[in-house]
Write a protein that binds this ligand. Sequence first.
Ligand code: ZN
Ligand code: ZN
Length: 744
Amino acid sequence: MPTWRIDVGGIVQGVGFRPFVYRLATQYGLNGWVRNGAGIVEILLAGSDAAVADFQDGLLTKAPPAAKPVLLSRRVAAAIPQGFSILPSTGGGTVMSGLPPDLGPCADCLRELANPADRRYRYPFISCTQCGPRYSLIGSLPYDRATTSMAGFAMCPACAAEYADPGNRRFHAEPIACPDCGPTCWFVSPAGEDLHHDAALVGCVAALRSGKIIAVKGVGGYHLLCDATSEQAVAALRVRKRRPDKPLAVLYPDNPALLENCVTLNPIAHAMLRGTARPIILASRHGGFLAASVAPGLRDIGVMLADSPLHHLLVEAFGGPLVATSANRSGEPMLIDPVEAERELSRIADGFLHHNRPIERAVDDSVLREIGGKVRCIRVARGLSPLEFHLPRPLARPVLAVGGHMKSTIALGFGDKVVISPHLGDLDHPGTLAQFSRMAADLQALYGVKAESLLMDAHAGYGSTRWAKSQNLPAQRIWHHHAHASAVAGEFGVNETMLVFTWDGVGLGPDGALWGGEALLGTPGHWQVVARLKRIKLQGSDAAAREPWRSGAALCWQTACPSPAGLVPPGGLAESAWANGLNCHMTSAVGRLFDGAAALLGLCRIASYEGQGPTLLEACAGDVVSAAGMALTSQDNVLEANWAELVPILLDSRKSQMNRAAQFHGVLAQTALEISRVIRTTHGVNRIGLAGGVFQNRLLTEALLRMLQADGFTVCFGENIPCNDAGLSFGQIIEFLGDGDEHS
Ligand SMILES: [Zn+2]
Ligand SMILES: [Zn+2]
């Protein structure tokens, strides 16, 4: 009987995998050991062939729910072990695999939390091998208590006994804690008193009930909480946070009836909401329970369930929905430290619920939206980060891709693997840029990889591009929309020629123009433009993105239609600047067409948050009306879709806003379908990809998916990689690989 050495990769650390291996091995009477290596789990086994085969089968089929094991290798070893044990971890070297994400509270822990006889009754930091924080508290790998932010909490005898008992569900649970030995919370009340332990929770709930705004330290940073049914509380939050319109997420108690009364969720979205990641899900609302100012003008609201036992205790005691929004000031990084939180939020929060478990790295909430029957990532962060992907072939050298400027993420590529950082935010603010820089170092340190070159967007004004140029490493430009197209090809592992619609706001194209309405044909590293939206002449460079009226006016002026009253500021300056080409640019961006339509319908003249015009236009439409597509003409082998006939439709005030918005969506979907048909005829391509932030629009994307599929096309639309600029870093690596990375 030989002794076997088995290496297991995938997500196997921090998810109760070693205890599971221990139980499985002892169940089959095998001798040997298990230990954490650098990112893998190493197993030594001795026993009968049948027992080893059963063990190996069980290893993959019976693993704990949060684990995602992959068998890496199996070879004969020389040792003759006695008994079975868990050995200390070995570290160092390149980490080949899985960093576990933060996991929401599991059913077993919630049961203990509610049981007065349990020693962790109402203990806000209860966790086990199947739940609790991971990514946010790991300092370095391998994952052991000593390398986490729990290192400062010495286990009490009772916790130490559970930790050491193979039969206990907290066997080797690194964040194990109890009221005697673990982290504690305290509440600084609006009156300035300090309340501790359970009194802190009781005091916090009482303050929320009286309409106060409370900053609460969570898993990945501080949130601001207030009563979501109180117009007064929500309005006060908006004023103090200087956030007039941007929708706010809502935290619900674990009460299905209450949730069903407020929002419509399909079974997949519902499962995701309750799953270990505990993301925000954007869902359409139908009840009137929430204050109107939670999401002004929108049909969808972001809902979530408690992502930690602390939040669970709060929201269950409160008994109703609570607004839960990141406590950072707009555009700034999340706050993670009590002193910093009290300083930065002194004018925003009435009270503070702190705890003393340090946060190793800030992680924002993840955001998902159900589109076309699947739940799609809009923002990948807490519970889902870091995302890992396998490449079709290994990279010659480690590379760091720094993504775009808005919705920034970083991707580290090494070997045949890509790791994508959580959402970092927009890089306008120095604090966010500093966080971006730390994340670049952190990713490389965690995975034990040093990037030898950088990939960056071609836009010189992006914070990420400026950062890349300031590093002492070779940096290669990747075109914005090539990265978008490659992201979708990479997620689906497509290497045949496909047609990808890259519809977004604005990105720099290889011809120096601002793209955003192109359809690209090819494969990663080899894209060519085959169709585009007719370019719009826009006046006021940076202001155009924040002021949809400029897009609306441009649509009118370019087609010689009179602009609606009140759209353009009086005085005629803007129009003469436009006519004379002062501070003007040409763009094919579909995002600007959406902005223009929202402005012409009177929905949004000036945006207070990114994407406000398109979001309001979608909410206004309600449904898609089938319509004729835009006229297509061919110039230099590029199809051009002319939006001119849309303008009189948008200006036709005899029709309702809803009808016009619905028709707008119909025209865009039909146009994409017709472009696809032409390219199928001319190039024999049947696979379509959808990339770019425009496709976060559920109405447009669902209509287009239906139409393309009914016409026999195979459609790829991202699920794990966001279609917006958060997917650029991953796409940059796929584009680089497709272009032949070893030659660069
Ligand atoms: Zn648990
Ligand atoms: Zn304890």
